[in-house]
Design a binder for this molecule. Structure first.
Ligand code: FAD
Length: 388
């Protein structure tokens, strides 16, 4: 049976930007009826954690493993929010070792990567739990209705309200709408949702709102970095060669090695049961395509282990794998936006009572958690007096 729900405010997406936005918004608007709609099984989005049903006891951060903040000194809004997360003990400074591997596998400890410069932070629990903690802070969880495993496929706006339709035909109505994902605003939605018009464009036809037209124009030029992550569930006694005991350890590959082995970064993740999980990231297009076209996934997995072993053959801290490890593969079609970022001035349309946040907005944090959090904080400040 198709259902019909009505709220004051609806939020599409349950990643970190939506979590930050809704927790800040509800703190000041406790009486509002709010719901969050997410296609995944829980919160976190691209900063979520795989809690395997098959492999008990393992929690692997399969999207972003941690996050870096490059610009909090000059940004008080961001700084005070990071301080809040630190005070609440949701995050801590990540003092894990970051190692850069070059051709002869000598180790360097220079923090140069776009994903590791500035100050690095780690969720005290898993990355997925961070979004959960953010929403649960100030006892706000009970004030929100959550609709998980719910994919919004259509948007409509009549003067009175927004009407969202989910894939199974449920209708969600609200006066205000926040989109924390740009899927419904971008041409990639046509293929993914098997539709013939971008949902936001359909809801707000051209020449009705300059801001919306511009937003869609910028997004038309935005592209995305696909990634594969390989989650390696190591065997019982797998450990480092040395006595390293911090929660994570990162190995970044310099360009020449990345080209050779197809790995971008390898993140070792110590589990609560002391097992050592490994998440390997790849953004090599040819390699990703060879995975998509592979006839036998097992052969592809063996290739990953073989590359891993060759890469670490002479390494002083990493042991080889034995080829009987279990591996899960996660394909991220749009792991990070790239190219054109959307100006923050286009974050809200008063006329259409719609706001946007996420890592796809301009700034130093573009394409990263930093940008997601900041855009959510700015949006909340901008609209808190507008939503009546
Ligand atoms: C493999 C990988 C590695 C990364 N490494 C780093 C890193 O080292 N450092 C860093 O800072 N960042 C990194 N990132 C990027 C970082 O994860 C993102 O910037 C951040 O998580 C984005 O959060 P968000 O809330 O803006 O978007 P998302 O997390 O994408 O949240 C949007 C949510 O909307 C949901 N959704 C979309 N469309 C619909 C719909 N129609 N109906 C219902 N729900 C919908 C999605 O399922 C998703 O949960 C990485 C990402 C990946 C995938």
């Amino acid at each position: 049976m198709k259902r019909d729900f009505t709220y004051d405010l609806l939020i599409i997406g349950g990643g970190i930007s939506a979590s930050v936005f809704v927790s800040k918004y509800l703190k000041n608007n406790i009486t509002k009826k709010v719901a969050l709609i997410e296609i995944g099984r829980g919160l976190g989005g691209r900063s979520s954690t795989r809690i395997s049903k098959r492999f008990k006891g393992w929690k692997l951060n399969h999207g972003t493993p941690n996050f870096n903040i490059t610009n909090s000194k000059n940004n008080l809004l961001l700084k005070s929010y990071i301080d809040e997360l630190l005070e609440n003990k949701f995050i801590k400074i990540d003092d894990s070792e970051i190692l850069f591997l070059n051709e002869d596998s000598n180790l360097e400890t220079i923090k140069k990567s776009e994903l590791s410069c500035g100050i690095n932070y780690l969720s005290l629990d898993s990355m997925g739990q961070l979004s959960q903690n953010i929403i649960e802070s100030n006892n706000l969880k009970g004030k929100i209705d959550f609709y998980f495993e719910t994919l919004i496929v259509d948007l409509k706006f009549n003067d009175k309200e927004w009407v969202l339709t989910s894939k199974n035909g449920d209708k969600f109505k609200s006066k205000y709408l926040i989109c924390s994902t740009n899927l419904l605003l971008h041409k990639r939605s046509l293929k993914i949702l098997n539709i013939n018009q971008i949902p936001l464009r359909k809801a707000i036809p051209k020449n009705n709102d300059k801001k919306i037209d511009l937003l869609l124009k910028y997004l038309d030029k935005q592209s995305f970095i696909p990634r594969l992550t390989f989650l390696i569930y190591t065997n019982e006694n797998y450990s480092y060669k040395d006595f390293y005991s911090k929660k994570q350890r990162y190995f970044y590959l310099k360009n020449n090695l990345e080209n050779k082995y197809k790995f971008e970064r390898i993140v070792f993740q110590l589990q609560d049961n002391n097992k050592l999980g490994i998440v390997v990231h790849s953004k090599d297009i040819e390699f990703i395509n060879s995975y998509i076209n592979s006839i036998d996934e097992e052969v592809f997995k063996q290739k990953i282990i073989s590359n891993f072993n060759k890469l670490f053959e002479w390494n002083s801290v990493v042991n080889k794998l034995t080829f009987d490890e279990k591996i899960s593969i996660m394909k991220w079609n749009a792991s990070q936006p790239s190219g054109i970022a959307v100006p923050l001035s286009l974050q809200f349309s008063r006329k259409y009572r719609i706001g946007f946040c996420g890592d796809w907005f301009e700034g130093e944090g573009f394409g990263r958690i930093e940008g997601s959090i900041l855009s959510a904080l700015i949006l909340e400040k901008r609209i808190k007096d507008l939503i009546k």
